[in-house]
Design a protein around this ligand. Structure first.
Ligand code: IPE
Ligand code: IPE
Ligand code: MG
Length: 245
């Protein structure tokens, strides 16, 4: 067993839910004088690494930011390379994900995806539906503000329909209308490539997450890097606004 994993087990509590902003693919490629899509391709290996790492460490939920609604503003060639990679990932990995008990769920404005990408999303969700070892949440065409606005709109419609009263518009009610309704909030947010920002990711759900930013570029991120982040998480003192005894 990995030395780090052994230390994680000795320390005890593992984050139940880890969220990752997978960033730095473009810089990884540019640094090697390669076109940016090569960085995205190399980043697929890191996805395999963190999925395996979470399974071994006993993390229950892994949420990956794969494509933001703002990313639709990138050049068409890069977007189509990313969508092809999504389809390739599904084609290549679904059988193993299902075998390892990984349940995949894809969230975001999926109506904006092309037909073949949507097909891939349906396919992986269906074929891994019975997994119970790890829930892998893929955020694709995702915007946190969009998600919150959507929840607010739903509640407004329910109020108009008379099935919800204004007094019932609570934090809990809003949380129940997010894509993450049935999940615990992330305990740990990891961002690779050194950027110190949230970039419209899980703004509501990250209220009390521990933040961990590493300079490592996403394609270079391995399960040992994941374990370093978990070890750092285990050293944090989470107070949730209270005082420690
Ligand atoms: C993250 O890498 C992948 C996506 C946002 C889709 P980037 O493509 O943002 O890489 P950098 O930040 O330009 O290096
Ligand atoms: C955030 O990365 C989105 C994903 C990782 C999918 P970006 O590279 O798009 O974020 P900014 O532009 O640096 O804020
Ligand atoms: Mg980036």
């Amino acid at each position: 067993m990995s030395d780090r994993l052994e230390r994680i087990r000795l320390h005890g509590a593992v984050p139940q839910h880890i969220a990752i902003i997978m960033d730095g693919n473009g810089r990884w490629a540019t640094g090697r004088a390669l076109p940016r899509p090569h960085g995205h391709l190399a980043g697929m290996q890191a996805v395999r690494e963190v999925v395996a790492g979470c399974l071994d460490a006993g993390v229950e939920v892994l949420t990956l930011f794969a494509f933001s609604t703002e990313n639709w503003q990138r050049p068409a060639s890069e977007i189509s390379a990313l969508m092809s990679l999504l389809e390739e990932y599904v084609a290549k990995e679904t059988a193993e994900l299902a075998e390892r008990g990984v349940k995949v769920r894809v969230v975001g404005e999926l109506g904006r995806l092309g037909e073949s990408s949507r097909q891939a999303v349906d396919d992986v969700s269906q074929r891994t539906g019975s997994g119970s070892n790890l829930l892998l949440n893929l955020c694709i065409s995702y915007s946190s503000r969009g998600e919150i606005a959507r929840a607010a709109r739903q509640m407004a419609e329910e109020v108009v329909a008379g099935t919800l009263t204004p007094a019932e518009v609570t934090e809990e009610a809003l949380g129940k209308r997010l894509y993450t309704a049935d999940l615990p909030d992330p305990d740990l947010l990891i961002r690779t490539s050194g950027e110190m920002r949230i970039s419209n990711f899980l703004l509501w759900q990250l209220a009390y997450a521990e933040l961990y930013v590493t300079p490592v570029l996403w394609p270079d991120f391995t399960r040992e890097h994941l374990y370093d982040a978990i070890l750092e998480f285990q050293r944090r003192d989470r107070r949730f606004g209270r005082v420690t005894a």
